[in-house]
Design a protein around this ligand. Structure first.
Ligand SMILES: [Fe+2]
Length: 350
């Protein structure tokens, strides 16, 4: 423990230091001048302060007040030494933040008992603070593990959907990343962007409920087959309905509305404009763009510039003009992502 002793009487200071020194291997620093003590305490964390009250320049009450005004000495035990038995002075010292008093002339047994008690109090403060810090770190670590596990589950589920859909080579991962870029360009909060990034991979989760013969059909779908295929949005929303988290609620909105169109000619509800949830308007662009750039059983992959032009062509009809503008803003990053070609590089390192 580091102990600060301040007393303008050299003999009193020496006596205090000697008696406190008998309590164990504590580091004691003694000061005759309260201003010197104040300066030293600013750069040093003492664990106990013992100070005289009657001193020139600054009395003990003022020194106590100044120490208490700093965060570092807000809780450190302070003992005031005084020969004065004036009750008013003691009340003033208590108001300034003094914890205890020692009366001159010192009784060695009493002095050592009080110092020992206050050092024990300080030791408890330190242990409590250490414990609080340790608990805070533990909570942070546990929270991080839960978040990581949740994210991993989403990506593994997304991978399952891709296999069901004929392994489209990282389509959901790119849709997630492009959606996040568009959300960021739109100026959505970092938390919202992250939620969209994690909810987007589940946009086609409803395809789990579509028959293989339709899902894997190489040619054009008949009108009946198309109607069945379109049911993937409502099946997806049903899988995700009544979610308990913001993430699952966003995923439900995306699953339900990612085939709606800005002009109201989409499905399943023919929503238009801003009635379509923003998450779904964003994912609609990312989904169509990446689908155009991908090879499918019924079509070759488009060059990215051609797909880019197609998205711009859909501004105000198929797509939200603001989302298309955001897509244009982050085009360089999207083009770099498409050139990269590693499907799960950000999402899942397996
Ligand atoms: Fe879809």
């Amino acid at each position: 423990m580091r102990i600060l002793i301040v007393d303008d009487s050299r003999s009193s200071l020496a006596l205090l230091a000697a008696q406190v020194g008998e309590l164990g291997a504590h580091q004691i620093e003694s000061f005759l001048d309260p201003e010197d003590a104040l300066e030293r305490s600013a750069g040093e964390q003492f664990d106990l302060v013992i100070l005289d009250n009657v001193m020139p320049k600054m009395d003990g009450v003022e020194l106590t007040r100044r120490l208490r005004a700093t965060e570092r000495y807000r809780l450190i035990p302070i003992v005031m030494v005084t020969s004065d038995v004036d009750r008013a002075l003691r009340l003033e010292a208590i108001a300034a933040g003094a914890n205890d008093f020692l009366t001159k002339p010192f009784d060695a047994v009493e002095l050592q008992a009080r110092v020992r008690n206050l050092l024990a109090l300080r030791q408890s403060q330190i242990e409590l603070a250490d414990r609080a810090l340790w608990l805070m770190r533990e909570v942070k670590t546990a929270t991080r593990h839960v978040v990581e596990r949740e994210e991993e589950l989403i990506w593994r589920l997304a991978r399952a959907i891709e296999y069901r859909d004929g392994d489209t080579g990282g389509h959901v991962s790119r849709v997630a990343q492009i959606s996040r870029m568009i959300a960021q360009s739109l100026g959505l909060s970092a938390e919202r962007c992250h939620i969209i990034y994690l909810a987007a991979p589940l946009h086609d989760i409803g395809k789990i409920g579509i028959p293989d013969a339709i899902l894997g059909k190489p040619g054009k779908l008949s009108p009946e087959e198309m109607a069945t295929m379109r049911r993937h949005v409502t099946i997806g929303a049903r899988i995700l309905e009544r979610g308990s988290s913001e993430l699952i609620r966003s995923a439900e909105l995306i699953a339900q509305s990612h085939h709606e169109r800005w002009d109201g000619n989409g499905y399943p509800d023919r929503l238009s404009g801003e009635d379509i949830p923003i998450e779904a308007r964003i994912v609609a662009i990312a989904d169509v763009f990446d689908a155009l750039c991908s090879e499918r059983p019924y079509k070759a992959a488009w060059p990215i510039e051609k797909a880019y032009a197609e998205i711009l062509r859909g501004r105000g009809t198929q797509f939200d003009p603001a989302c298309v503008a955001a897509f244009e803003v982050c085009w360089a990053a999207i083009a770099a992502l498409m050139a990269d070609g590693r499907p799960y590089h950000l999402a899942l390192a397996v």
